[in-house]
Design a protein around this ligand. Structure first.
Ligand code: SPV
Ligand code: MG
Length: 432
């Protein structure tokens, strides 16, 4: 019996896929190459269902003989491995980003003596459009929360951008840049204490209470689906932190990051000669343990943020604390620094990775910003947070427009600096 290879995501099963499967069945035994989360994550958003769930669905589809994982976006490694007589695909890959994949498939099938079969694309239906429609329905707190752990598993680096409003959240949700290696987008959002308090005209000293922070977060939750990492400042008193954990978890936040400072918290990037006081290792470890005990699901993450370098202590102090916090239950560590060189961060990552090869490291490269994501990943980073850029970008833009109007005593000259009214009306989904 001949074999036919059919690659798929298997997340949303629609008549177009059934049509290709029916055609495949006519040619021989159908092997489904089911794309793994990591094969998909570099190019598209993660599927709604996990690999295991998708495998169960696809395995039970009529006409499928077996399901094998396709670990790569390219078909080539699996075609070489399984040497099918045919590979079948919808003919919609002749143009657009998949055309390169198609060329590679033709080349390898020629080498293997197999054949490429293209099935006319079913009009009016495709996974991308269905995905968009599904996205507009929103998500559930549970799905959103779990996504961060899945992304850490699936991607070399999880890319997080600060959001301080529904509007900034929408930009992060939808923005895409097409590059040679695929479509780049943000994986999730950072709910920053700095940008949230700055929006309210307040200092970043834990002056905005949790209830108010959550009200703003709700605006972001309502119009986005991507995971959220919450800046929990010091976490407050342990007795309070356990409630914060439950509240965030219930709302579908994926992770909270708390920092090991005590006393009046100041923003870490604030230039001051006064040394910020740090919690004792015991005290902070206890807070982490209490938080871990309080969470209801296994998916929520508590990440320990090390302020040693900010407070003027050496990398060895940060490492000693990091090891203790992980032992206390922290699901990851964030190391912070104001150094532009990045040397201290690199040294920390190296030391930490010697002890823990898999515990996620979070970096916030605000000052050491010349390093690319790939370089930071090579140091050992799993999550990169751009912690304040959306707000820092919007403020000078507003000041420039306000100044221009003041100078000209009318708004004509400011118009080119503003978004057209038509565009702003179209910006929000659901605007009629
Ligand atoms: C924040 O964004 O509020 C942070 C990161 O805590 S930093 O401002 O760099 O301290
Ligand atoms: Mg903060």
């Amino acid at each position: 019996m001949k074999t036919v290879y059919l690659g798929m995501t298997g997340d949303i099963i629609h008549p177009g896929i059934i049509n290709i499967l029916n055609e495949a069945e006519k040619l021989g035994e159908v092997i489904i190459g089911l794309l793994t989360d990591s094969a998909i994550a570099m190019h598209k958003r993660l599927p709604f269902l996990s690999y295991e769930q998708r495998r169960q669905v696809v395995e039970n589809m009529k006409g499928v003989s077996r399901v094998v994982p396709q670990e790569d976006w390219s078909y080539v490694p699996n075609l070489k491995k399984y040497k099918p007589d045919y590979i079948i695909h919808g003919d919609d890959w002749k143009t657009g980003p998949l055309s390169r994949i198609r060329e590679d498939v033709y080349a390898v099938m020629k080498e293997l003596g197999g054949e490429v079969v293209e099935v006319p694309y079913t009009k009016g239906i495709n996974s991308t459009a269905l995905n968009e429609a599904q996205k507009s329905l929103g998500t559930t707190p549970e799905i959103r929360m779990k996504t961060l752990r899945r992304l850490i598993q699936a991607k070399p680096v999880v890319r997080i951008m600060e959001a301080h409003s529904g509007l900034s959240g929408l930009i992060i949700e939808n923005l895409e840049v097409k590059k040679d290696d695929g479509v780049h987008s943000y994986d999730g959002m950072w709910s920053s204490s700095l940008t949230d308090s700055t929006c309210k005209g307040k200092p970043d000293i834990e002056a905005v209470d949790l209830t108010t922070r959550l009200q703003d977060l709700t605006n972001i939750l309502e119009c986005t689906t991507k995971p959220i990492i919450f800046d929990g400042d010091t976490g407050g008193k342990t007795e309070h932190f356990v409630f914060t954990v439950r509240t965030l978890e219930r709302n579908g936040v994926s992770a909270v990051i708390i920092e090991d400072k005590v006393g009046l918290k100041k923003n870490s990037l604030f230039g001051t000669d006064v040394r910020q006081e740090l919690a004792t290792i015991e005290e902070f470890s206890e807070k982490i343990s209490a938080g871990k005990k309080a969470q209801v699901t296994k998916d929520f993450m508590i990440i320990a943020r090390l302020e040693s370098l900010i407070a003027g202590y050496p990398v060895s102090d940060a490492l000693e604390r990091a090891f203790a916090y992980v032992k206390a239950g922290a699901d990851g560590v964030m190391i912070h620094s104001k150094e532009k060189t990045g040397e201290d961060i690199r040294e920390f990552c190296e030391g930490f990775r010697k002890e823990y090869s898999n515990v996620p490291i979070v970096l916030v490269p605000t000052t050491y910003n010349r390093f690319t994501e790939a370089e930071l990943h090579a140091w050992g980073a799993n999550i990169i947070i751009y912690a304040n850029h959306m707000l820092r970008a919007s403020y000078p833009a507003m000041v420039t427009v306000a100044k221009t109007i003041l100078e000209h005593e009318r708004s004509l000259e400011a118009d080119p600096l503003c978004m057209p009214i038509k565009q702003i009306l179209e910006l929000i989904p659901g605007t009629k």
